[in-house]
Design a protein around this ligand. Structure first.
Ligand code: C6P
Length: 414
């Protein structure tokens, strides 16, 4: 068993926990142990305060009014764009499009770039470990256009097989869309290498950063990805907002997504001219409050320091893995070369959802099931897994509570 504590003096988990009010509540009479961070992370007080501050201090529609509240709200919203640009390392602020989240970002690219550039017989490549959000939009497009979806195989550990990836390319390959960090396995994919290979074939790449953005340092320019998508709610921010990054030249050439206010320059009944980036893709009143508070969340993560968080989360992952491996009949699903923050497992003769219910009775929140990755579960021959996913505020003590409760649950169910 691993017992050494994280010694980084700049990172104090007790201090971090103080900033998340929900961590002080009881669930079923027990202190909450929240290990469902890959689904959504909890929110620090500064983010909650920002929402209250906006609604009680400067709530107004943006880019429309010339009154003080409208100007304050517009400035705060556009500051969020600057912060997101820095957070993702984008070269231009116009390349940051606010969306509802990862799912909408992928759908936007599939229905704009995809509709414009995919024809009958073309091929799109995804991987075997994609979330449904990075499968279904491409399937819809392929059905509409008569194109084909190809899948990069993974090995039994949950690593992408790069050699097989290279073999999938033909003269018909037009696009690659791949997850950065698997939500079900925690595998960190070699996206830089994947992008390099695809670009050698002249093919564009979208990176699904839903799970990576909160843990890893993201630099879209260094990665050289063509599109990158993420969700605020997995980065300690509110739900209902997120970012689509796209290279400016691509975003400029793509057709519009939705029609409405904000995305236009001139409208007559005969025709419409469209707005410049980024507004071209932000039709209608955006999610102003949550996007402003998303900026607060990004500032919060930056102030804690991703490196500190990673050191802490890697310690938690190693500790949890070691503790779980001591449990008889338990099998870890996903033993990739590079993993972060997620441990998924199954237990002999026990259904994951029964474990989930018993853990909940002890105040422990994990996710059970297929995690919106049904084809991945099929590939790994499991109906679903029990998934514990960690955030900056989790502790080794919580892992002890979790593994003890797990052992008791297994005894009850066996
Ligand atoms: N995964 C999970 O529990 P949205 O819902 O749009 O914010 O994110 C969708 C999504 C896309 N890609 C990956 C890799 C994801 O993990 C998710 C969301 C959550 O694993 C909810 S299903």
């Amino acid at each position: 068993m691993i017992t050494t504590a994280v010694k980084d003096k700049t990172f104090d988990v007790a201090e971090i926990r103080e900033q998340f009010p929900i961590l002080h509540r009881l669930v079923k009479g027990k202190p909450l142990v929240y290990f469902d961070n890959a689904a959504t992370s909890q929110k620090p007080q500064v983010v909650i305060d920002k929402l209250v501050e906006y609604y009680s201090g400067f709530n107004a529609n943006i880019h429309r009014g010339i009154h003080t509240l409208a100007e304050e709200a517009t400035a705060a919203f556009e500051e969020a764009r600057d912060t997101a640009q820095r957070f993702l390392g984008a070269a231009h602020r116009e390349e940051i499009i606010f969306t509802k989240g990862t799912t909408e970002g992928i759908n936007l690219v599939a229905s704009t770039w995809g509709r414009q550039n995919i024809s009958a017989g073309d091929e799109i490549i995804i991987s075997a470990m994609e979330h449904h959000s990075n499968i279904v939009p491409w399937q819809i497009l392929c059905l509409e256009k008569g194109a084909t979806l190809k899948v990069i195989p993974i090995d039994d550990n949950g690593d992408i097989i790069l050699e097989e990836f290279k073999k999938l390319f033909t003269s018909k390959t037009k696009f690659v869309s791949v997850v950065h960090v698997s939500n079900s396995l925690g595998t960190v994919n070699p996206v830089k290498e994947i992008i390099r290979i695809a670009h050698d074939f002249g093919v564009l790449v979208l990176v699904d950063g839903a799970q990576s953005t909160v843990h890893l340092d993201i630099d879209v320019v260094a990665l050289d990805c063509d599109f990158f998508v993420c969700s605020s709610h997995k980065i300690y921010g509110p739900t209902g907002t997120g970012v689509l990054y796209g290279k400016r030249s691509l975003l400029e050439a793509m057709p519009v997504f939705q029609g409405g206010g904000e995305m236009i320059k001139e409208v007559t009944f005969a025709s419409t001219s469209y707005n410049d980036l980024p507004y071209k893709y932000e039709a209608g009143t955006p999610n102003i409050a949550d996007t402003i508070a998303f900026k607060t969340a990004l500032d919060f993560v930056a102030s804690v320091g991703k490196k500190n968080v990673r050191t802490h989360e890697n310690d938690l992952l190693a500790y949890a893995t070691a503790r779980l491996e001591e449990i008889a009949g338990l099998r870890i699903i996903g033993k990739g070369k590079d993993k972060i923050s997620v441990v998924s497992f199954v237990i002999d003769k026990v259904h994951p959802s029964d474990i989930g219910t018993l853990l909940d009775n002890r105040g422990i929140a994990v996710r059970t099931g297929n995690h919106c990755t049904q084809p991945l579960m099929d590939r790994l021959c499991v109906p679903g897994t029990i998934r514990a996913s960690f955030a900056m505020y989790n502790t080794r003590d919580e892992i002890d509570v979790f593994t003890t409760a797990l052992e008791k649950s297994i005894t009850l169910l066996s």
